[in-house]
Design a binder for this molecule. Structure first.
Ligand SMILES: [Zn+2]
Length: 314
C-alpha cells in the first residue's frame, strides 16, 4: 500500500545533529525505512525551534534547514525527489522514487511579510503550519484556556491564508487555536488540512480536534492526518499501539468522512514508544485497518485523500 504522510520532523534531527543523515539513521525515517513502509510522498517540515540557537533569527534557521533539505535530497537523488504538485509525485513514482514535499511548521518564518511568503514558495515550500505552540503574526496556538483558544486569526493571518490559496501553499491548522481554525474555514477558498492531529473525543488534549472541527474539515474537502504521539492517542499513555492509531482513524473517518482522513505520523518529532517502531512498520497499520475498511477505503486513507487535496491546492 502506498503512503502519503503529512508530517515529520526529520529535518530537525539533521539540523541538531550533524551526523544525522536521511540515508541511514536511528530514527523513524530513513530512505530504506520509507521504501519498506511503502512511501509515495513524505512532507518534511522545517520546524522553527525557538529554544535551540536563540541568537539565530527565524528566517536564518529556515534557510539553514533549507540547505540541509536540499543536501539530503540531492545526496539520495536515486531514491527520492522533490515534488511541487500532483504531477511530480506521479512522475517520481514512475521512476521508482519517493516524493518529498517541503513544509514549514510555525508561520513565524513569514513574520508579517507577504514578500516572505513569495520567497518561501520560490524555495519550494508547499505547506505551512500556521502556528506552533506560540502566538505569531498569523494567529494564536491551541490552548486549554478557552478564552485564548477561541481567538481568531489576525488580519495579517487572514491575508496570508488568501495568499497561500493563490500561490498553491496548503494551509495547515494543526497547533492552531479553535478560533483560528474557524477563520481558516471561513476565509480559505481551498481545502485545508490538520497535518498531525487526532480526535478530541477519544483523547482530551488541546492539540486534538473536536467533532465539530472534524465535521467542518470534511465539509470543506479538507484532511486530517492521524498523529502517532501517544499523548494525543490515549490519555496518560507513553506507548502508541497500532490499535490506538486505528481507533482514531475509524473515529475521524466517521466524523470527517472517509474522504478526509489519512496519516500524519509526526515521525522523528515524537518521543514515545511505537508498536510499529518506525516508517517500515506502516504495513502493520494497513493490515490492522483491514478489519474496519474496504481495500478501496484503505487506499483513500493511505494516499488518495491527500493526493486529492494536493491536486486541489498545490
Ligand atoms: Zn507539531
Amino acid at each position: 500500500m502506498k503512503i502519503i504522510d503529512t508530517h515529520c520532523d526529520t529535518l530537525l534531527r539533521c539540523f541538531l545533529d550533524k551526523n544525522w543523515k536521511l540515508s541511514d539513521n536511528e530514527g523513524h525515517i530513513s530512505i530504506a525505512k520509507m521504501q519498506q513502509g511503502g512511501a509515495l510522498a513524505q512532507f518534511f517540515a522545517i520546524y522553527i525551534d525557538r529554544d535551540e540557537f536563540p541568537d539565530m533569527g527565524h528566517y536564518d534557521k529556515f534557510n539553514e534547514m533549507h540547505k540541509i533539505y536540499e543536501r539530503e535530497i540531492s545526496e539520495n537523488s536515486g531514491s527520492i525527489a522533490k515534488a511541487f504538485c500532483e504531477k511530480d509525485i506521479i512522475q517520481n513514482a514512475a521512476s521508482g522514487k519517493i516524493s518529498s514535499i517541503l513544509a514549514i511548521e510555525d508561520g513565524v518564518v513569514i513574520a508579517d511579510s507577504m514578500e516572505r511568503l513569495d520567497e518561501v514558495f520560490e524555495k519550494g515550500v508547499r505547506l505551512i503550519t500556521l502556528t506552533w505552540n506560540y502566538e505569531n503574526s498569523i494567529g494564536y496556538p491551541c490552548s486549554n484556556n478557552m478564552q485564548q483558544h477561541m481567538r481568531g486569526l489576525k488580519p495579517f493571518g487572514i491575508e496570508a491564508v488568501e495568499k497561500m490559496n493563490n500561490l498553491g501553499i496548503i494551509v495547515d491548522v494543526s497547533h492552531l487555536s479553535e478560533g483560528g481554525f474557524n477563520d481558516v474555514a471561513r476565509y480559505s477558498k481551498k481545502p485545508f488540512i490538520a497535518s498531525h492531529s487526532c480526535a478530541r473525543k477519544l483523547c482530551d488534549h488541546r492539540r486534538n480536534l473536536t467533532d465539530n472541527q472534524l465535521r467542518t474539515l470534511g465539509e470543506k474537502g479538507g484532511f486530517v492526518g492521524v498523529n502517532f504521539c501517544s499523548a494525543f492517542l490515549r490519555e496518560g499513555s507513553e506507548y502508541a499501539t497500532i490499535d490506538d492509531i486505528v481507533r482514531h482513524t475509524v473515529y475521524m473517518a466517521d466524523k470527517a468522512g472517509i474522504e478526509s482522513v489519512g496519516m500524519g505520523s509526526d515521525f522523528d518529532g515524537i518521543e514515545n514508544g511505537l508498536e510499529m517502531k518506525d516508517y517500515a512498520g506502516y504495513p502493520l497499520v494497513v493490515n490492522a485497518l483491514e478489519k474496519h475498511f474496504s481495500q478501496t477505503d484503505i487506499e483513500k486513507i493511505c494516499s488518495k485523500n491527500m493526493m486529492r487535496v494536493i491536486r486541489e491546492t498545490m
